[in-house]
Design a protein around this ligand. Structure first.
Ligand code: URA
Length: 434
C-alpha cells in the first residue's frame, strides 16, 4: 500500500477501506508517514468527507493506537460523560457524585481547559490538596470503592489523536464533523465504560455554534458508540449564555457545591439532572426520566450526593471540608463589581467573550503549558432576558493580577448587550439523540 494512493483516492471522493484506514493511522503513529502527507489526507477528508463506516473505522483505528483501559474488574455499571465544552459548564462535578450516590461507577478521565472553555481537572485541582495524577490501579480501586474517581488522561491513551489534533490545529482541519467525532469518541471508547452520555453544546459559546451542526456531531458520535456496542446517548444543549453563574476554577467548584448543598437552582442544575437522569434510566436503575429526576432530587436533599463528592475529594488527597465550608477554597485578593451603564433587558450574551474575560483574569490558559490561577474568575449576576437598570450589578470579578483587568472589564461590558426588550428564550435542551 502507498499512502499517496490513499490521498488520491480520498481527494477523488473514494471510500477508504478499514485496511486503508488502519494503514493510515498505524503508519502515522509509527512515524512511517510524514506530517505533510497526513496534512494532505486531512484536507482531502475535510473537503470530501468520510461516511458513517469510514468515520467509525477511523475512530476504532485511533482507539487502538495506544492503551485501552479495561474496566471489567469494577463491579457494577461503569459510566462516562463528556461535554464538548462551554463556559461555566461544570456538570461533571454535579453529575458524577449524583449518579455515584445512586450506585453507578463513574470512571472519568478529564482534560484541562484551553481557550475560552474550562476543564474539569483545573477545577478539581483548585480544591486544596486535590490530585488528578493517579495511577491506573488506584483509579480502578477508587472507582470500585467510592463509586467515582476523576483522573487526567494518560499519555499512552489514543496517541493517534494527540498527533492528529496537533496537525489539524495548524492545517485548518479541526472543524470537520467526522474528524471531531472520531477524536472525541476514540478517547471515550479507549476507556471501557458500559454507558456513555454526551453533552453536545450549541450556541455562541460552543465549539459548534450552529444547532444543526451540533445535532449532526451528536448523531455521528452516537452512531460510532453504537457500532462499538456501547450504550450511548447525547443531549444537544444551549450555550448561548454561560451555563452556570461562575466562570473560573474555584468559583465553579463553589457553584457546583452550592447546587449539591441544595442552595442553588438554575440551568446548570437542570442540565446536570437531565444528564444524570439519562444515565440512571440507561443503567436500568430508574424506569423513566421523571422517576430518575425525583430520585436524584432525593439524593440531593438527603446530602448523599454531597457526601459522595466529599469521599472522592478525600480519596484524591483534597480537603473534604470544602464540601461544607466554601471559604476553604482559594480566594482572590479583590472583588470588583461590574455595573450596568444602561437600562433595558439583557438581550444577547457573547458567551465565548465571557470565557475569554475569565481567561484574561488568569482563570484559563491560551497555551497548553500556561499556569492557571485557581482563585480568579467571574461570578455573573444576570442571565438572558433579565431586566437591568443603570447601576445594577452585572458581575463580580475575582481578581489577583490586574495586568489585563481593564481589557477584561471592557470586553465583558461589550459581551452583554442590553436592548429594549427581552429576547425569546432559547430551549435549554434542543435535542436528544438515542
Ligand atoms: N475535542 C476533541 O477532543 N477533539 C476535537 O476534534 C474537537 C474537540
Amino acid at each position: 500500500m502507498h499512502f499517496l494512493d490513499l490521498i488520491l483516492k480520498k481527494r477523488n471522493r473514494g471510500r477508504l477501506t478499514p485496511e486503508e484506514i488502519d494503514y493510515f493511522i498505524s503508519g502515522y503513529v509509527m512515524g512511517n508517514i510524514p506530517d505533510y502527507q497526513v496534512s494532505a489526507m486531512l484536507m482531502a477528508i475535510w473537503f470530501c468527507g468520510l461516511d458513517t463506516e469510514e468515520t467509525a473505522h477511523l475512530t476504532f483505528a485511533m482507539r487502538d493506537s495506544g492503551d485501552t483501559i479495561d474496566l471489567a474488574g469494577i463491579r457494577g455499571t461503569t459510566i462516562d460523560k463528556h461535554s464538548t465544552g462551554g463556559v461555566a459548564d461544570t456538570t461533571t462535578l454535579i453529575v458524577a457524585p449524583l449518579v455515584a450516590a445512586c450506585g453507578l461507577k463513574v470512571a472519568k478521565m478529564s482534560g484541562r481547559g484551553l481557550g475560552h472553555t474550562g476543564g474539569t481537572l483545573d477545577k478539581l485541582e483548585s480544591i486544596p490538596g486535590f490530585s488528578t495524577e493517579i495511577d491506573m490501579d488506584l483509579f480502578q480501586d477508587l472507582v470500585s470503592r467510592n463509586g467515582l474517581c476523576v483522573m487526567g488522561q494518560t499519555a499512552e491513551l489514543v496517541p493517534a489523536d494527540k498527533l492528529l489534533y496537533a496537525l489539524r490545529d495548524v492545517t485548518g482541519t479541526v472543524d470537520n464533523i467526522s474528524l471531531i467525532a472520531a477524536s472525541i469518541m476514540s478517547k471515550k471508547l479507549a476507556l471501557g465504560s458500559d454507558i456513555i452520555v454526551l453533552d453536545v453544546k450549541t450556541g455562541n459559546g460552543a465549539f459548534m455554534p450552529e444547532t444543526s451542526e451540533a445535532v449532526k456531531l451528536a448523531q455521528a458520535m452516537v452512531a460510532i458508540g453504537k457500532s462499538a456496542g456501547r450504550k450511548i446517548q447525547a443531549l444537544v444543549t444551549d450555550m448561548n449564555q454561560p451555563l452556570g453563574d461562575a466562570v473560573g476554577n474555584a468559583l465553579e467548584v463553589a457553584h457546583a457545591l452550592e447546587i449539591l448543598q441544595g442552595r442553588s437552582d438554575g440551568d446548570l442544575k437542570t442540565v446536570s439532572l437531565s444528564l444524570a437522569a439519562r444515565l440512571l434510566v440507561a443503567a436500568g436503575i430508574e424506569p423513566d426520566e421523571a422517576m430518575a429526576v425525583a430520585r436524584l432530587n432525593r439524593e440531593l436533599d438527603s446530602g448523599n450526593a454531597l457526601e459522595t463528592l466529599a469521599r472522592m475529594v478525600e480519596a484524591q488527597g483534597g480537603d473534604p471540608r470544602v464540601c461544607e465550608d466554601l471559604t476553604l477554597l482559594p480566594k482572590a485578593d479583590r472583588i470588583i463589581e461590574v455595573k450596568s451603564a444602561q437600562t433595558g433587558f439583557i438581550s444577547r450574551i457573547h458567551t465565548n467573550e465571557v470565557g475569554v474575560c475569565a481567561l484574561l483574569l488568569g482563570a484559563g490558559r491560551e497555551r497548553k503549558d500556561d499556569a492557571v490561577d485557581p482563585a480568579v474568575g467571574i461570578r455573573t449576576a444576570v442571565r438572558l432576558g433579565d431586566p437591568v437598570s443603570k447601576g445594577d450589578l452585572l458581575a463580580s470579578f475575582h481578581v489577583n493580577n490586574t495586568r489585563h483587568l481593564d481589557e477584561a472589564m471592557a470586553r465583558f461590558t461589550n459581551a452583554l448587550e442590553i436592548g429594549p426588550s427581552a429576547p425569546e428564550p432559547n430551549p435549554l435542551i434542543y435535542n436528544t439523540i438515542v
